[in-house]
Design a protein around this ligand. Sequence first.
Ligand code: ADP
Ligand code: NI
Length: 218
Amino acid sequence: MKEEQIVKNTATFVRRRLEGEGTGHDWWHAYRVWKMSLAIAKKEGNADLFVVQLGALLHDIADWKFTGGDESVGPRIATEFLKKQKVNDKKIAQVRYIIENVSFKGAGVKSKMKSKEGMIVQDADRLDALGAIGIARTLAYSGYKQREIYNPRIKPEMHNTFAQYKQSKSTAINHFYEKLLLLKKLMNTKTGKDLAQERDAFMREYLNRFYDEWNGKR
Ligand code: ADP
Ligand code: NI
């Protein structure tokens, strides 16, 4: 099968599985990460666009947050699907590596992507956590978890292990400090860094305004 056809089939597979999901890990998130990954890859050069596209499309196929904490489900589903599409083992391993390593695991937890393709997909995924879309996704996810928007008595926590981060029950506003505002410094590619800069600035402006309104200053 042609690579182009496999990418199309993958998009259809992901769309069917994630369509209508309401926490910001839906098909449109996968779609934006796919398009952004391609844009970054083309600008940066030297990446396998087939692996980039499959990794981007499949990266949230079964996120641990929705599998009762099991991180092995996503990579397994993706591998089974790609085998059926007759993708060769080496490329499947490259895609699998991306899915296994793309996620943020806590402020104090080091996680470094080793492949160029992985760095690109991770940057695109992180960009979708920033800016206006990032704010919308954070509030959607927090609501799904029945968490408060903000509570001045609960302070942000910097998690040193993935287990701690996984168990966190913080407010939506705290998530900005526990993850979102840290991403700018963690971007892998020059293209990603530049885009993150602007989205980060917008979120800081949003937070300032949020506190002003909260405190009756506007
Ligand atoms: P990654 O893509 O690094 O795995 P996640 O799936 O953990 O990222 O998060 C994707 C988005 O879901 C976040 O950017 C945020 O908008 C939302 N989200 C995840 N965890 C939380 C949380 N604890 N509180 C609020 N929003 C969250
Ligand atoms: Ni994602």
